[in-house]
Ligand binder design. Structure first.
Ligand SMILES: NC(=O)c1ccc[n+]([C@@H]2O[C@H](COP(=O)([O-])OP(=O)(O)OC[C@H]3O[C@@H](n4cnc5c(N)ncnc54)[C@H](O)[C@@H]3O)[C@@H](O)[C@H]2O)c1
Length: 270
């Protein structure tokens, strides 16, 4: 390990779902402390935009974009070669990709009564199977380099049930937060605990981060409904998880493994 607990300049990190809202923020956090960052995503156009924006935020950032569907083992295998052949040693994997149901203002429902097994399989293949496949293929690279960090991005909905009342807009929306989301996010906590013990002897620390909702142009009714459930009376700003990502992906958290760090403005303690 480096002497400075926050210097990771010889190391690389992978972030899945790296073209998305929070993936970019995690990348800024890791690039700021010297990691070369491999951004994995299925959306190549948005990856290019993400790289540009991260480099604007952190002029020293080394970002490499990789088009990779985390639910495809063949695509992951191809990506392994890219990461292995790089001069930086892989030290960190952030499983962040997911298919996020957006708050709809039309009559769209994910209710149990309309449960769709095709959609369920798709969502699980990204949020859970994708995370396990990434660990399967990249965990051994981290072990080979002497250990490191796996960070699973979960949600406050790993520790509380969704309050379905906040999603429903009278006359507009019958949206409910789907059961798949709760199960995927809870499942990631199980994966975190499992891998924390499984790879402890190889010096990989595995933790989860459970963010609360980030304000990002949602309908005002939804925002107000959610704010009422949060002791701090506001949703998160997208950059408010950067410090936690740096903590969990460096030796600053040297005695922490198998845990779920919940950062939710206090929502889950009310
Ligand atoms: N935004 C929030 O309010 C919030 C709150 C709590 C937890 N989270 C969690 O944080 C993570 C990031 O959320 P976000 O808001 O940035 O979501 P986002 O939708 O902006 O980003 C998700 C990214 O994953 C990518 N992706 C989807 N399927 C993929 C696949 N098969 N392979 C590779 N990439 C794929 C998408 O293209 C997208 O770029 C998610 O796990 C989400 O559940 C988000």
């Amino acid at each position: 390990m480096n002497e400075n607990p926050l210097s990771c300049k010889d190391f690389s990190a992978i972030i899945t779902g790296g073209a998305g809202l929070l993936g970019r923020e995690h990348a800024v956090a890791l690039a700021e402390i010297g990691y070369k960052v491999f951004l994995f995503d299925i959306d190549y156009e948005r990856l290019k935009i993400a790289k540009e924006r991260i480099e604007q935020d952190v002029p020293t950032a080394q970002i490499q974009i990789v088009k990779c569907n985390v639910s495809s083992e063949d695509e992951i295998r191809m990506a392994v070669a890219t990461v292995r052949n790089d001069t930086h040693q892989l030290k960190c994997l952030v499983n962040n990709a997911s298919i996020n149901p957006v708050v709809a203002t039309d009559e769209f429902s994910h209710s149990i009564e309309n449960f769709d097994s095709n959609l369920w399989n798709l969502e699980l293949s990204v949020g859970l199977t994708g995370a396990i496949l990434m660990c399967k293929h990249f965990g051994p690279l981290i072990v080979d380099g002497g250990g490191g960090y796996i960070l699973n991005i979960s949600s406050d909905l790993s520790v509380i049930s969704p309050d379905q009342r906040i999603y429903k807009v009278e006359g507009l929306s019958k949206f409910v937060k789907p059961v798949s989301y709760s199960i995927i996010k809870s499942g990631l906590i199980g994966l975190t605990r499992y891998l924390a013990t499984y790879w402890a002897e190889h010096n990989i620390r595995v933790n989860a981060l459970s963010p609360g909702g980030v304000e990002n142009g949602q309908p005002q009714t939804f925002i107000s409904n959610l704010e009422n459930l949060i002791p701090m009376s506001r949703m998160a700003r997208k950059n408010e998880y950067r410090g936690a990502v740096q903590f969990l992906c460096t030796e600053q958290s040297s005695y922490m493994t198998g845990q779920n760090l919940v950062i939710d403005g206090g929502r889950s303690v009310w």
